[in-house]
Design a protein around this ligand. Structure first.
Ligand SMILES: [Zn+2]
Length: 471
């Protein structure tokens, strides 16, 4: 996915925008700009849907890196033995060996696109009215192209990083992914991707509102996906002789109690900073509540008022919701069993055990069992430390002076959960700007602004350079 901007459509921006808003950012040298566009076109035109796989794209990237002069031993193509189309390519740009490597991530796969739904061919890059159209143009072949171009440019300039820079172009991030690249690399080829820090270009980035720059998002965390099954049984029997013990009614009563249960308010360093930043960006009706909720301890009345907004509620607490239900076995028989699926998104720091205990307590019926479907891929927060924030601000402000940088928690998940689960602090730092009200990733007529893409190429070059420095 392109980690959706969790705040867009939430915040009612003030009527006055700050003055730094509209100036275009610096562009790369002409040759680099053209090369990045050529690579973007090449990648968009290699179909990398779940069905097609990512191997052809990974091999194309490998070829570019070899041509640029990276030693063959440092440009490794790997695919799972039983999934040869789910290829990944990992390049190591060797540094002076000061500090643990920094790992850049870019997924190569895209969501399926039905040409009938589009106004242009989704698997051709079409330039029209200042936009590049094509599947993956903003999720995230733009980031892949910018990253690859940055590596080629740095190599040509004989840049030597302080620490190794690793870039992994990977398979199967989008839905249906059964050969997720980062998971496979961390499990089977750990030596290729062992790093002290991950930068993922699949999220973050700048937000325009009415054509003006309003903020730049640094993704530091996401919620953890975890699912439980509730089950209850009853003796059953003939449908003509109902008694008090009925699995369907018992489950329904339990679900009713669950519906009114709210997990406690939980603030992280990220969400506290998000609320503070957005309160200052948006002197609107919610800003006083946002400030009050960012305090320690958070103001419960303010939290309660903000919780009325679905997207803000998701920022404030772990959520669980019934998504599937089944029960009974025949029209004319009393049910012997009823089941429900409860889908939860845990706050970073919450645990599957704690959530299970809370569900059990809220159900308040020992005859309803709660079981965990699968152990979650726990994704702890990568704190927006002063050090990382300063580093990111240095790059962002060299491009777009003065824009506020907001750390954010995504309510969905990305490949960051793999690297964070492996103990590597991970930040989403795409350099593409897009309108807060536009979200075409995964949808029809996906597009990226031409000027915004060109700027992101220059930004990514500066980002790789800055992140390769010793901490
Ligand atoms: Zn994505």
């Amino acid at each position: 996915m392109r980690a959706c901007l969790p705040w867009y459509a939430v915040v009612t921006f003030a009527l006055t925008y700050p003055a730094w808003a509209a100036t275009p950012g610096p562009l790369p040298p002409e040759d680099d700009k053209q090369l990045a566009r050529t690579i973007l076109k090449e990648l968009v035109e290699i179909k990398t849907t779940h069905e097609s796989g990512s191997t052809v794209a990974a091999l194309a990237i490998q070829q570019h890196l070899l041509t640029a002069g990276f030693p063959a031993g440092d440009v490794v193509f790997v695919a799972p033995a039983d999934r040869p189309t789910k290829g990944n390519v990992v390049v190591r740009y060797r540094g002076k060996g000061t500090g643990k490597p920094v790992l850049f991530l870019g997924h190569l796969d895209v969501v399926e696109a039905n040409p009938q739904d589009w106004s242009v061919d989704p698997f051709k890059l079409t330039e029209k009215d200042g936009w590049f159209y094509g599947r993956g143009s903003i999720d995230m072949k733009d980031g892949d192209a910018a990253l690859l171009e940055a590596l080629i440019r740095l190599k040509r300039e004989h840049f030597v990083p302080a620490r190794d820079v690793i870039a992994a172009f990977t398979a199967d991030e989008e839905a249906g992914g059964d050969s997720n690249g980062p998971a496979f690399l961390l499990k089977e080829h750990r030596e290729l991707v062992a790093a002290g820090l991950t930068v993922n270009l699949d999220g973050g980035g700048g937000a325009f509102k009415d054509g003006k720059r309003v903020y730049f998002e640094m993704g530091t965390s996401e919620k953890t996906y975890v699912t439980y099954t509730l089950e209850t049984t009853s003796p059953g029997g003939h449908g003509s002789l109902p008694g008090p013990d009925n699995a369907i009614y018992r489950l329904a009563d339990g679900l009713g109690r669950l519906q009114s249960y709210k997990f406690p308010i939980m603030l992280t360093a990220t969400t506290r900073a998000s609320f503070e930043k957005f309160a200052s960006l948006d002197p609107g009706p919610q800003s006083a509540d946002m400030r009050a909720v960012a305090q320690t301890p958070p103001d419960p009345a303010a939290a309660e008022r903000l919780s009325q907004v679905v997207r803000l509620n998701a920022q404030l607490r772990t959520t669980c919701v019934a998504t599937l239900i089944s029960g009974g076995h025949a029209e004319n028989a009393l049910p012997q069993r009823a089941r429900a699926t409860i889908q939860c998104r845990m706050m970073p720091g919450d645990t599957a055990e704690d959530v299970q205990s809370a569900l059990t307590a809220a159900l308040n019926d020992p005859k309803i069992s709660v079981t965990l479907d699968a152990p979650p891929i726990v994704s702890p927060e990568s704190a927006p430390t002063a050090q990382i924030t300063a580093k990111v601000a240095g790059v962002v402000h060299s491009m777009w002076p003065g824009v506020p940088i907001v750390p954010t928690m995504a309510s969905g998940f990305s490949d960051d959960r793999q690297t964070r689960n492996a103990g590597i602090a991970s930040y989403d730092l795409s350099g593409v700007w897009a309108d807060v009200d536009e979200n075409r990733a995964h949808g029809r007529d996906e597009r990226v602004g031409v000027q915004e893409f060109d700027e992101s190429v220059e930004y990514t070059y500066r980002l790789v350079k800055a992140m390769s420095k010793k901490d």
